[in-house]
Design a protein around this ligand. Structure first.
Ligand SMILES: NC(=O)c1ccc[n+]([C@@H]2O[C@H](COP(=O)([O-])OP(=O)(O)OC[C@H]3O[C@@H](n4cnc5c(N)ncnc54)[C@H](O)[C@@H]3O)[C@@H](O)[C@H]2O)c1
Length: 254
């Protein structure tokens, strides 16, 4: 087995997934960059290579809404790089829809990608980690919407709450294997996912989002994911870890 630890990162083309891929590569891991849009994955890979010419990267276009592709992603990672030590599931879709307009298709397409896709990639990675015999670390991207809702997010919030539950259940099933599983729950972070909302908001509106009065930066989240991937003890497992500038800590006041 190769000495270099291997991370599989979904949603690696943009936003926090891209930042995680970059930070994990900077920390010395080989990284498999997975996501739906190959050109975005190539852009992330080029940026990483420009900063780290010894980076070991594989670009692997993957639609996590397709179960066979989730399996294939991990199988390819093992075939190409020999092992899987870390999985980060950042791929998600966020298409706001009022509950009165919500169709079965809206619900299913969100849950298939944001919940089932996370489970399928994480479970396939866990099987590869078990086969490798050296444990591993899995970080699932949830959201503050797993605990608190926002308008028109019934499907997304349900998926993100279930991702927190998935971290607990995986931690229980995998106890004793050396594989730790946690969910990370970001507040509003400046990425393409919320760009439309940010563009429509005033400075004052954005200042009200959390007590720190600013959006999170992808790098802040990514550095924490690197800690979870490389240094966090096995004893830290089954948790949902909020990084939200205090957004879920504060109650509105007049
Ligand atoms: N930005 C925020 O404020 C915020 C807050 C809380 C949680 N999150 C979560 O953080 C994670 C990263 O999101 P982001 O903010 O970086 O947004 P983003 O839109 O930049 O990243 C999501 C990525 O997932 C990819 N993706 C979408 N559908 C896919 C599919 N079917 N298969 C594979 N890839 C797919 C997209 O192409 C995109 O690159 C997501 O899970 C999101 O729900 C974001």
């Amino acid at each position: 087995m190769s000495d270099r630890r291997v991370a599989v990162v979904t949603g690696a083309g943009t936003g926090m997934g891209a930042a995680c891929a970059q930070a994990l590569a900077a920390s010395g891991l080989a990284v498999v960059l997975a996501g739906r849009r190959e050109e975005k994955l190539n852009e992330t890979a080029a940026a990483i290579r420009a900063a780290h010419d010894d980076a070991v990267l594989e670009v692997r276009p993957t639609d996590v809404g397709d179960p066979a592709e989730c399996e294939g992603l991990v199988a390819d990672a093992v075939a190409r790089l020999g092992r899987v030590d870390v999985a980060v599931t950042a791929a998600a879709t966020f298409e706001p829809k009022h509950i009165l307009e919500m169709s079965a298709e809206d619900w299913d397409s969100c849950l298939d990608i944001d919940l089932r896709g996370s489970m399928l990639v994480a479970a396939a990675a866990a099987r590869a980690m078990r086969d490798g015999g050296e444990g591993g670390r899995i970080v699932l991207f949830s959201s503050i919407n797993g605990r608190v809702s926002e308008p028109e997010t019934a499907h997304y919030s349900a998926a993100k709450a279930a991702v927190m539950s998935l971290a607990r259940s995986m931690a229980v099933d995998l106890a004793g294997t050396g594989i730790a599983v946690n969910a990370i729950a970001p507040g509003w972070v400046d990425t393409p996912m919320i760009a439309e909302f940010v563009a429509e908001a005033t400075e004052e509106d954005l200042g009200r989002v959390n007590p720190l009065r600013r959006l999170g930066r992808s790098e802040e989240l990514a550095n924490f994911v690197v800690y979870l991937a490389n240094e966090a003890p096995e004893f830290l497992t089954g948790s949902s870890l909020f990084m939200d500038g205090g957004q879920t800590a504060i109650a509105p006041v007049p």
